[in-house]
Ligand binder design. Structure first.
Ligand code: DOR
Ligand code: ZN
Length: 438
């Protein structure tokens, strides 16, 4: 079984490749990348001029909701959403019901992912049993079952001592601790970013300092233990400062930013729809100076990865008073258009840097395969149509939930096709690839 992706701009920053090349797939693996490769014996797939062939995108922060909240999402609907968004792999958070704090839950998720057979799924285990912040989960068991990292996401790790132990144990197994950075006493029962808009709408605020305190704690404990610490969904400028300082001091800290935090601000609380629960997420949309700090960190290299924090919630759960709605928005199918439009076309970064942020870096942080088109690696490939006019339609999302604040947005750049292990798992019917051989 040979397939030749002919032409197209191959962007593979891990191997210093950026140019028009052919790519040969053989038995599910990348066999060769080069100019004018021989076509004998291969099915030829013509890549339209201007399209980009890059290593499969990896979203290191998604909530798949199975087991326990299948009305929001299942592993199957989640991976369908992932491949439609250009992701060949996702890492899923443990705040399911029950929590993924043991091998049984991890195995269930992996079995469901296997049945769905679309994107690869890398489970992330809990730091503490039930994510309750009391007893450490059995981290060796989680690692053995297939978890690639640990986190108590949804909440911060309860105490500094528990975080220290989590770093020590995870470090022994070569796994990072991923932290939802938040000081719970400062967050209190806040529901939106503390600032002008929350005040004028009468919403209780969450200051950026609540997040930055968690980042500072993690950086200090990463320095103390020598273990890898990863900041999830970073949103506040003081957090960026703390990560930058940590990196300068040689601490093993990495961080991710979600598309909503580099595109939106807390102004969205007031307009176009006041109190729209689709702009309620944790951490919250912050003020312009914070959003600009996220963009600056993406441009200057402080930010390691873009991750969506895909957090599906059912329509009925979101259609309540702002105060009472759950935090979170879906993100898998909007990330690529937002990133291409707002980062690449806006001139902030170039395509290789975007591929680094969305593929090579997550693979490196989680120590999983992927992020590279090196011969011999599995043929996990994303084909981008960087100039495609995309209109986001919430009702058309593959995800079981439609809670997005980006409904109706018109953006430049989208996904043309997604290939996992040499098999085409998604083709965008709105591109010319929709009608060709792929
Ligand atoms: O907005 C969020 N939603 N933030 C989190 O930390 C958790 C997530 C969820 O699970 O819904
Ligand atoms: Zn979180």
């Amino acid at each position: 079984m040979k397939r030749l992706l002919k032409g197209g701009r191959v962007v593979d920053p891990a191997n210093g490749v950026d140019g028009v090349h052919d790519l040969l797939i053989e038995d599910g693996r990348i066999a060769r990348v080069g100019r004018d490769l021989p076509v004998e014996g291969a099915t030829v797939v013509e890549i339209p001029a201007g399209f980009v062939v890059c290593p499969g995108l990896i979203d290191m922060h998604v909530h798949l909701r199975e087991p326990g909240q299948e009305h929001k999402e299942t592993v199957a609907t989640g991976v369908a959403s992932a491949v439609a968004g250009g992701f060949t792999a996702v890492a899923c958070m443990p705040n399911t019901s029950p929590v993924n704090d043991n091998a049984n839950v991890t195995s269930l998720i992996l079995a469901r992912a296997n049945e769905a057979n679309l994107a690869r799924v890398y489970p992330i285990g809990a730091v503490s049993k039930g994510s309750k912040g009391e007893l450490l989960a059995d981290i060796a068991e989680l690692k053995q079952a297939g978890c690639v990292a640990i986190t108590d996401d949804g909440h911060p790790v309860a105490t500094a001592l528990l975080m220290r132990r989590a770093l020590e144990y995870a470090g022994m197994f070569g796994m990072p601790v991923i932290e939802h950075c938040e000081d719970p006493t400062l967050k209190g029962d806040g529901v939106a970013h503390e600032g002008f808009h929350a005040s004028s709408l009468g919403l209780r605020g969450i200051p950026g300092a609540a997040e930055a305190l968690g980042v500072e704690r993690g950086v200090l404990l990463s320095e103390l233990t020598g273990s890898a610490f990863h900041v999830a969904h970073m949103s506040a400028r003081a957090s960026m400062r703390a990560v930058r300082k940590g990196k300068e001091a040689g601490v093993r800290v990495t961080c991710e930013v979600a598309p909503h935090h580099f595109t939106l601000t807390d102004e969205a609380l007031a307009s176009p729809i006041p109190y729209d629960t689709n702009v309620k997420m944790n951490p919250p949309l912050r003020e312009a100076a914070d959003r600009d700090a996220m963009l600056a960190g993406i441009a200057d290299g402080t930010v390691d990865a873009i991750a969506t924090d895909h957090a599906p919630h059912h329509y009925d759960e979101k259609k309540v008073e702002f105060d009472r709605a759950p935090f979170g928005i879906v993100g898998l199918e909007t990330a690529v258009p937002l990133a291409l439009d707002r980062l690449v076309h806006a001139g902030l970064i170039r395509l290789p840097r975007l591929v680094e942020l969305m593929s090579a870096a997550p693979a490196r942080i989680l120590r999983v395969a992927g992020g590279s088109l090196a011969p011999g690696s599995a043929a996990d490939i994303t084909i981008l149509a960087p100039d495609l006019k995309v209109r986001i339609r919430a009702s058309q999302l593959r995800s079981r939930s439609k809670n997005t604040p980006f409904d109706g947005w018109e953006l430049r750049g989208g996904v043309a096709a997604t290939i996992v292990g040499g098999r085409t798992v998604y083709v965008n019917p709105e591109t010319v690839m929709g009608s060709g051989v792929i």
